[in-house]
Design a protein. Sequence first.
Length: 260
Amino acid sequence: MTLALNLAGVAGRLDRVSLQCRRGMVTAICGPNGAGKSTALVCLAGLMLPDNGETLLGGLPLHRQTLSRRARWIGYLPQSPEVAWDVSVEVLISLGRLPWKDAPSIETREAIEDAIAAMDLQELRHRPVSRLSGGERARALMARVLATQPGWLLADEPFAALDLAHAASLMRHFRQQANVGRGVVLVLHDLATAMNHADQVVVLEKGRVVAEGPPEIALSREVVTRVWNCPARWLGEPGERALSLGAPSPAASGLRGRLS
Ligand SMILES: Nc1ncnc2c1ncn2[C@@H]1O[C@H](COP(=O)(O)OP(=O)(O)OP(=O)(O)O)[C@@H](O)[C@H]1O
């Protein structure tokens, strides 16, 4: 089953974007600031209707499917999630089970416990969300999405606030989810994570798809250098790539010259 976005535009944000994500795969959406990554993810989640176009889940328009089906199929972590009530970590995570309110309680309990374990929140489960650090809060919010056990996991910069060990563990979890047939779509600024862990990468620039395909192609040295305007070189072996950055182009370094 695919999750596809075909749109003519979202005024000022996206322009003729067409992309397809597949279950069983990790798809990374990359691009510079303001490229339209979050907007594309919001559209994929069905939370914004493009001016002309649609999101298709399994070939059917998402906005015509029932809200409960959508909530069960698509789990979405926004870039800056808000927590409306100061509940405990465990209660926050249990909210992820709302789309499955008729499920047997044992299933619900297991899903919550699995999410707590996946995000290493056992010791924080009774703590109010207002008394968490930024990274702990991000893990609790991710756990809420995981607790839904949706067919698709859509996450906007899920590693941004996480330390190294928790980021690595979450990436392993995403891979496991893809391996059991879920679809994973991540907005990522860290190009090395996309290069090493995604199955396919979509690069956006100024609201348009400018490269897509396997990471080695979509994030080739030439693409990175041109799109991010930053001379770059991949180091290491496939699966363990690191990005070496050179000096910025004259256009970018002109600013530095004026400031110094
Ligand atoms: N609510 C809004 N109304 C109008 N324009 C917006 C709105 N939110 C974002 N934009 C604009 O849409 C474009 C795409 O924004 P988007 O947040 O999708 O980019 P992004 O690639 O996720 O950026 P970043 O890496 O900075 O998070 C940007 O030019 C942004 O200024």
